[in-house]
Design a protein around this ligand. Structure first.
Ligand code: FES
Length: 93
């Protein structure tokens, strides 16, 4: 099972492959900020310190939103990302 490590709280969680990061945070009460939950506000932007290759690819819409809210290379939207393997997540705020 994939493991998600959250740098903000220093915890690591096991999840089923294909878990949506937003749903994981809601289910586990993980401290990560969300707004619209549909990929348009950028509140949930994050960086994968490890495991960038272990998540679903970004859609054109996600890339557009990320570009509007940060210049950090490789940033992703937590509400749009599915976890497929081990990742380490750092919130951008
Ligand atoms: S919560 Fe708005 S883009 Fe993810």
């Amino acid at each position: 099972m994939p493991k998600i490590t959250i740098l903000r709280n220093g915890k690591t969680y096991e999840v089923a492959a294909g878990t949506n990061f937003l749903e994981f945070c809601q289910d586990q009460d993980v401290p990560h900020d969300f707004g619209c939950t549909v990929g348009s506000c950028g509140t949930c932007v994050l960086v994968l310190e490890k495991g960038a290759e272990n998540v679903s690819p970004a859609s054109a819409e996600e890339k557009e939103t990320v570009e509007m809210c940060t210049s950090v290379k490789g940033a992703r939207l937590g509400c749009q990302m599915k976890v497929l393997g081990d990742v380490t997540v750092r919130a951008l705020d």
